[in-house]
Design a protein. Structure first.
Length: 271
């Protein structure tokens, strides 16, 4: 078999976590990523019948039974993933009854997946229904996004509008807008359920006073969604209270029409 440390999905996880740490989005052990893998590709690197141990999922993940994910570990620092992926990452398969995850590789120090695993899996369930090509859920704590979230209301239409008005890229990159949750206890089934509900309409969900969830067909797309929100939140915060020029709603609509995009309803005032 091929060396799994050279597998594209391991290399890309290492590169992405390193970038997110370097950008200051994932301090200490903050942040987590999970990526749905293709079993036929994985079998080039791993015997998928060799289960190291089982780990309780913490909720009913039966809808994902048999699906395999590479995921970051709980208590692990993103800055350490690249130098020791086998300790800081794990590859798990959801059991037939959805109550356990079968560890196929990684977490060699006896660790387990992120405490946000239920929230990730619930979001995967919902996003796969919206887009069969969906593969990635990424959670991080980008500085300016959290800062903007502290000075803006939790009204997701208003939050989305402020982003769209601050950077012409925004309506193109996320025409579906940004979902926003109030401040909640993280690492719980409750916040996972609430996030998944938002994921029915949005690929991005902001957790008030905490961070953001981004999803996508691959790591680049999920990373790029978060990156665009964070860049725009920085622009918004740097201009806070002094902005003279914002993008008019007619221009935002024009951009959406140009790219044949369906935008989040109730955001633009076109009367």
């Amino acid at each position: 078999m091929k060396n799994i440390l050279n597998a594209p999905f391991v290399v890309e996880m290492c590169e992405t976590t390193a970038n997110m740490y370097r950008l200051g989005w994932d301090e200490r052990n903050g942040g987590n990523i999970s990526c749905l893998l293709d079993q036929s590709e994985l079998e080039q690197y791993l015997n998928v019948n060799d289960v190291i141990r089982t780990i309780p999922t913490g909720f009913d993940a039966a809808e994902l039974a048999g699906k395999i994910f590479i995921v970051t570990g709980t208590g692990k620092y993103f800055k350490n993933v690249q130098k020791d992926p086998e300790t800081n990452l794990g590859i798990v398969r959801i059991s037939k009854d959805g109550k356990n995850a079968e560890l196929l590789w990684g977490f060699k120090d006896g660790g387990k997946f992120t405490s946000e695993f239920p929230a990730h899996m619930m979001s995967h369930i919902v996003r796969l229904k919206q887009d069969p090509e969906h593969r990635v859920v990424a959670h991080s704590h980008p500085t300016y996004t959290i800062a903007m979230n502290t000075v803006c209301s939790t009204d997701e239409k208003d939050f989305t509008h402020k982003l769209w008005q601050s950077n012409t890229e925004c309506v193109i990159v996320f025409p579906d807008g940004v979902g926003v949750l109030p401040c909640m206890v993280c690492g719980t089934e409750e916040i996972g359920i609430a996030t998944a509900k938002k994921m029915e309409k949005h690929r991005l969900v902001v957790w008030t006073n905490h961070g953001i969830y981004g999803t996508g067909k691959n790591l680049d797309e999920a990373f790029g969604l978060i990156e665009t929100v964070e860049k725009t939140a920085q622009i918004y915060m740097l201009a806070l209270g002094r902005a003279v020029n914002v993008i008019p709603d007619q221009i935002i609509k024009g951009l959406a029409d140009l790219w044949n995009l369906t935008v989040m309803e109730g955001v633009l005032d076109l009367e």
